[in-house]
Write a protein that binds this ligand. Structure first.
Ligand SMILES: Cc1cc2nc3c(=O)[nH]c(=O)nc-3n(C[C@H](O)[C@H](O)[C@H](O)COP(=O)(O)OP(=O)(O)OC[C@H]3O[C@@H](n4cnc5c(N)ncnc54)[C@H](O)[C@@H]3O)c2cc1C
Length: 415
């Protein structure tokens, strides 16, 4: 049997999926291999065509630190500052009866169009000699000395396969059949892009509006300003188009976007709805001998409200480091890759606890007192900012909210 140790000269990697996880992994492999003087052959299979903006990966396009540093230092390519459509300096959190501005100037995020970002990354990979095959992977065979990935174009033989296919059900089925992989559980998310006009855009002042207001079934909603338009997205266990219309009709949303109904009547296409998913649990069997999964496919994102793009790139880099430094066996992925991802996996239970607390509090009208308490108590405010912006771990959010003075502030706000 061929070695399952670190990939040496002439080693071959096949990556299924050319989103941030897959291309992040490909570029990190190229960068790290060059540093250690190794020549490796990297192939990315991507089913969509990003150039010409024909297809897209669903996203509000908010990219948060440390993504710029990861791109420049670990992937070795320039950060695409020219793609930025704006900056996010804070969040306005709306609950049933209250709203609060949450900001921290240390953590500005940027907004961009995901399709343009994905296209930039894929082209950067192509320019660095990474083979890009525009075709879907449709089957996989594991052998003692190699893996064969079948695609709609040519088959690809490799020493190790990286699964970076997001929450694609077809690709998940291929791995489920071959190796017993189970994809993460997911929340449904619906998204629309809306051009409200210059006058209404001014009202946003570089702030994302986050809503914990229902309607029933909608766990959260967000309106993100992006230059000349906004993206509106909602998420829940099994939401549909009616939930989106109920959200758009909500008083708090109408107050911000008063012409929404008129525009929809004038041009029904103005509010086309797209559907996607967020992972809300870890995948099962997401690595073994000769394969590893990254990003959404592994469920390796911050629970409930995450920095999906940043986590995908981060886990892609960690997979590349494992492949080149430790090996391509189940043992190498367990000891190096899984251990490196403990910052994400170790926070999943805390994230679930926060999600449950928010759902129960929303049902019993307890979120309003929390917002009132946050106006007076810095720990409660920091907890809300950390949860909404995704800049803090949920462990940190909970430690702030369960401080005695924070609990006292919430209790005072209740009465
Ligand atoms: C509505 C919505 C809004 C979001 N907003 C944000 C946000 O503002 N900021 C943020 O950081 N995250 C956001 N996310 C999350 C973010 O989009 C994901 O976490 C991130 O895209 C995961 O990257 P990935 O590379 O793992 O997977 P993906 O981006 O899903 O990429 C997977 C790629 O694999 C390809 N693929 C799939 N199957 C195959 C196959 N069989 N063969 C070949 N190719 C295949 C797909 O075409 C796709 O290009 C949002 C998600 C949703 C649903």
């Amino acid at each position: 049997m061929a070695s399952l140790g670190p990939l040496g000269n002439g080693g071959r990697v096949a990556i299924i999926g050319g989103g941030p996880g897959g291309v992040g992994c490909a570029l990190a492999l190229r960068h790290l291999a060059a540093q250690s003087g190794r020549q490796i052959e990297i192939t990315v299979l991507e089913g969509k065509q990003f150039a010409g903006e024909r297809h897209h990966n669903l996203c509000a396009g908010v990219v948060s630190p440390p993504l710029p540093r990861l791109i420049e230092q670990d992937l070795g390519i320039p950060c695409p500052v020219h793609l930025r459509q704006g900056i996010i300096t804070g969040y306005v959190l709306h609950t049933a009866r209250e709203q609060i501005l949450l900001e921290d100037e240390r953590y500005p995020s940027h907004v961009l169009r995901r399709i343009q970002f994905d296209n930039y990354m894929l082209e950067a990979a192509r320019q660095r000699g990474i083979r890009i095959i525009q075709a879907r992977a449709v089957g996989i065979e594991f052998h003692a000395d190699e893996v064969i990935v079948y695609s709609e174009a040519a088959p690809v033989a490799a020493d190790v396969v990286v699964g970076a296919f997001g929450l694609d059900e077809g690709a998940a089925g291929v791995f489920q059949h071959a190796v017993g992989y189970r994809p993460p559980k997911a929340l449904v998310s619906l998204l629309i892009r809306y051009y409200p006009g210059e006058q209404d855009m001014v009202r946003f002042d570089s702030k994302v509006h986050a809503y914990l207001i229902g309607p029933r079934g909608v766990e959260f909603g967000a309106i993100t300003p992006k230059g000349d338009h906004v993206t509106i997205n909602i998420a829940g266990m099994s939401i549909n188009i009616e939930d989106m219309h109920a959200f758009l009709a909500a008083r708090e949303v109408q107050a911000l976007l008063p012409n929404l109904g008129r525009h929809e009547q004038e041009d029904p296409d103005a509010l086309r709805i797209f559907k996607g998913h967020f992972p809300r649990s870890l995948a099962r069997r997401y690595y073994a001998d000769r394969f590893v999964m990254v990003g959404d496919a592994a469920g390796l994102v911050r629970a409930f409200k995450g920095k999906g793009v940043t986590s995908a790139v981060q886990t892609g880099i960690r997979a590349a480091e494992t492949i080149l430094q430790t090996g391509i066996s189940a043992y190498a992925f367990a000891t190096h890759y899984a251990a490196a991802n403990r910052d994400i996996t170790g926070d999943l239970n805390f994230g679930r606890a926060v999600r449950l607390m928010v759902l129960i509090s929303a049902r019993f009208g307890l979120l309003d007192p929390v917002v009132r308490a946050a106006r007076r108590d810095p720990s409660v405010r920091e907890a809300l900012y950390g949860a909404v912006s995704a800049h803090e771990s949920y462990r940190h959010v909970l430690s702030n909210i369960f401080r005695p003075h924070a609990i006292a502030a919430v209790l005072r706000a209740l009465v």
